[in-house]
Design a protein around this ligand. Structure first.
Ligand code: DQA
Length: 150
C-alpha cells in the first residue's frame, strides 16, 4: 500500500487542549492528540502530520503549500473559522480533499459568532461535536475518499 501524506492543521488555542475549557474540549492534551492522530493514520495507511499555530499567517502558509502539493487536509481553524476571509481564500484553492473539524459543535453553542464558518463552503466533509474522536473520524473519511475519489 502506498502511504499518502495528510496534514492535520489546528488553529489558535488548540495547543492548550486538555487545559483549556475541559468541560467543552475534554481532557486529552494536544500532545496526546498528536500521538493519537499519528496512530490512527498508521492504522489507515496514512502518514499524518499534525501541526498547531496561534499565528494566522503560518496557517495560511501551510494551506498554500498544501494547495501546491495537493495534500489532503483536516482543518480545525478554531476561532479563525468564524471570521477569517484569508482562511476562506486559502481553502478555496485546495484541490485535494478538505475535512473541516471541530471538537465541539459550534452551531450548538450559544455564541452566535460560532454559527458562521468560512471553511465550510470549501469543505468536502465536516465532523463536529465528536470530541477528540472526531479527528479519527475525519482521517477515516479522508482515507475513504483517497481510496475511492468517485
Ligand atoms: C473549535 C470551535 C471554535 O468555535 C473555537 O473557537 C475553537 C475550537 C472546536 O474545535 O470545537 O477554538 O474549533
Amino acid at each position: 500500500m502506498t502511504t499518502r501524506t495528510v496534514l492535520v492543521l489546528n488553529g489558535p488555542n488548540l495547543g492548550r487542549l486538555g487545559k483549556r475549557q475541559p468541560e467543552i474540549y475534554g481532557s486529552t492534551t494536544y500532545a496526546d492528540l498528536v500521538g493519537l492522530c499519528e496512530q490512527w493514520g498508521r492504522d489507515l495507511g496514512l502518514e499524518v502530520e499534525v501541526r498547531q499555530t496561534n499565528h494566522e499567517g503560518v496557517l495560511l502558509d501551510w494551506l498554500n503549500q498544501a494547495a501546491d502539493d495537493e495534500t489532503p487536509v483536516v482543518l480545525n481553524a478554531a476561532a479563525w473559522t468564524h471570521y477569517s476571509l484569508a482562511v476562506y481564500d486559502a481553502c478555496a484553492q485546495l484541490s485535494a480533499p478538505l475535512v473541516e473539524l471541530h471538537i465541539s459543535d459550534p452551531k450548538a453553542r450559544p455564541e452566535v459568532f460560532r454559527h458562521t464558518s468560512y471553511v465550510s463552503p470549501h469543505a468536502d466533509h465536516e465532523v463536529v461535536g465528536q470530541g477528540v474522536d472526531g479527528y479519527r473520524q475525519a482521517l477515516e473519511h479522508l482515507a475513504g475518499l483517497l481510496a475511492d475519489p468517485t
